[in-house]
Ligand binder design. Sequence first.
Ligand code: PGA
Length: 260
Amino acid sequence: MRRERFIAGNWKMNKGVSESLEFLDKFSVLLEQGEDIPDAVSVAIFPQAVNIVPMADHIRSRGVNILLGIQNVHWKPSGAFTGENSIPCAIEAGAKLALVGHSERRHIFREDDLWVSSKYLACLEQGVEPLLCVGETEEERNRGLTEDVIERQVSAVFSHDPGIMAEQERILIAYEPVWAIGTGLNATPRDAGECCAFIRELLSGLGGPSLADRSLISYGGSVKSSNSEDYLEQEEIDGLLIGGASLDPDEFYRIVCDAF
Ligand code: PGA
């Protein structure tokens, strides 16, 4: 049986409140005119943290089936961490998901594997579902290190405490090669599918085949409506994490429809 589909938009540092609500209005009209999102497809948006409360209110009042996530969290629930987001506060605001280890956090903000793993654990302990992002840089790919990097990033989160895996219904991971993010360059669907298959093997080794089989592994990196179907056709790719193309409601809707 096909696993559930997971389609998520990462809005990064784009859109204020009014633009975000306008997007939701347009997106819900498209859904009303077309097909509603089936239960087997989860659609999520990661807006800027300041937009979560108004968007959550809007989603509730329009009855749209979209989950909201936060782009970055701190591992402590509260304290003197100027500029960081607390998980309990994100949940209160309406976030159901949190991005952890996105390549922009790893590379621009220098988050290392230890930080990523602390944030991931904190998400589980404090009650928001983490979406772990992994992927190699162009240099690492050219040096043939893609699988080593993925393995290191996945193991950093899961290998020191097998209990983390046992407690989870499923694991959400996005394979996002750094060189494909925001560049217009794509991993071929086949390469992306092979990396997702490799991630599932790692999960199987760490947490057992049944957890690996329930887990959802997405591809991200310059996905658009013109290539989304090619990725979703790959057996091992369960979903997509979309940056630039998710900012336009028509384009995002077209990609979401490819998952139906
Ligand atoms: P992109 O971003 O689709 O603009 O390449 C993907 C991401 O950063 O998650």
